[in-house]
Design a protein around this ligand. Sequence first.
Ligand SMILES: [Zn+2]
Length: 67
Amino acid sequence: VSGLVEVSVDDLLLVLQQRVMHSHQRPGIWDGDNRPGLANTRCLECAARERLWRALGMDLDSEETRP
Ligand SMILES: [Zn+2]
């Protein structure tokens, strides 16, 4: 599946509000002690979450959007 899909805001919020099962010292950036190629690069999951929060018009600096 690729492209855009239409989903309910409630479904999207329910998923986005689940605990993020990883963390970063700098929000959205892999820590320097990760494997080469991953260390200090953008976390794709966090980037995707940020895009989804932004699409919902949510403040990216709020507590719930910060892993
Ligand atoms: Zn992340």
